[in-house]
Design a protein around this ligand. Structure first.
Ligand code: UTP
Length: 292
């Protein structure tokens, strides 16, 4: 079985739910307490053993490349002031040279299209997809749990999570078959997927929560470039096609997902990360309690 070494991070969407915040700053560069949303997700990927990140960007998102590059002027200014501890902080999220690549999605035609834009950089090996606006609060990290499941069953493995009561119709929902032993009932064969089922028709209450391990044959499905729900090229549609040929499993991962794509979700993520922060958590708690 081939190891999962690469991850695709699609960040080229318009971010309509969080405008105007995402107008001049890429959505994934919005702050989650102490660093941009995307930096939290890259850290989760590194903890899962990812060695190469392919970031699918749109126009006006050069701030992302700058964040993951050396801040030469900033660092020399800090050095001249003897602030070495700050230099270490601004370098903390940098990867080794060559571990991050960028590819442009020239029009935001949908998540499936964004993933397809990464095909040449992924090549013929299994890979992860991480939606950076879905922040996973989990130990071990969400992707590490998914990779462990993949190493047990192979094929394609998707992270899922229970949808809030009465909200399944807002999400991509999975249908499940037999459970895989050794995972406390959390890993099961996946028999189907449905994007935003009509209320009351959902096959389960488990939604696809933004982390995937996929086989490269998904690119053949995506190449058809068929528009689905909302007129967008959907990753879910390509996965439904691949399900006819390859096994899929769903892992109900152990943790909580924060959807940072809307203002309230981003606020929840900020609070959750703040409260757990090793140095600033106590001060954050006191500030929040005072506000409440
Ligand atoms: P979302 O469904 O959150 O879409 O995409 P969005 O455009 O970012 O936000 P809304 O719904 O309009 O508010 C999930 C992930 O897929 C990326 C997004 O940037 C986000 O990280 N994406 C989506 C692309 O890279 N390209 C697309 O064409 C669509």
């Amino acid at each position: 079985m081939k190891r999962v070494r690469k991850a695709v991070l699609p960040v080229a969407g318009l971010g309509t739910r969080i405008l105007p915040a995402a107008k001049a700053t890429p959505k994934n560069m919005l702050n989650v307490f102490d660093r941009p949303m995307l930096a939290h997700v890259v850290a989760e990927g590194r903890a899962a053993g990812i060695e190469h990140f392919v970031v699918v960007v749109g126009r006006g998102q050069s701030a992302i490349e700058d964040y993951f590059d050396r801040g030469f002027e900033l660092e020399s200014e800090l050095a001249s002031r003897g602030r070495d501890e700050l230099i270490a902080q601004v370098r903390a999220d940098l990867l080794a040279p060559g571990q991050m690549s960028f590819v442009r999605q020239m029009s935001p035609l949908g998540l499936g299209h964004a993933v397809w834009c990464a095909r040449e950089l992924i090549g013929d090996e299994p890979f992860a997809v991480m939606l950076p606006d879905m922040l996973m609060d989990a130990t071990p990290g969400g992707l590490a749990q998914l990779v462990a499941a993949y190493e047990a069953v192979g094929g394609n493995v998707i992270a899922v999570e229970p949808a809030p009561e009465g909200e399944a119709h807002k999400y991509g929902i999975v249908a499940l078959g037999a459970a895989v032993s050794g995972f406390d009932g959390r890993l099961a064969e996946m028999t189907g997927m449905v994007e935003k089922p009509a209320p009351g028709t959902q096959p389960s209450n488990l939604f696809i929560s933004g982390r995937y391990v996929l086989q490269p044959q998904i690119f053949e499905r995506l190449a058809a470039q068929e528009a689905g729900a909302g007129g967008e090229i959907q990753l879910t549609d390509a996965m439904i096609g691949l399900l006819e040929r390859q096994p899929f499993h769903a892992l109900t991962y152990d943790g909580v997902t924060y959807d940072c794509g809307d203002p309230v979700g981003l606020l929840r993520a900020n609070v959750a990360v703040a409260l757990k922060h090793p140095d600033l958590g106590a001060a954050a708690r006191a500030a929040l309690l005072a506000l409440l």
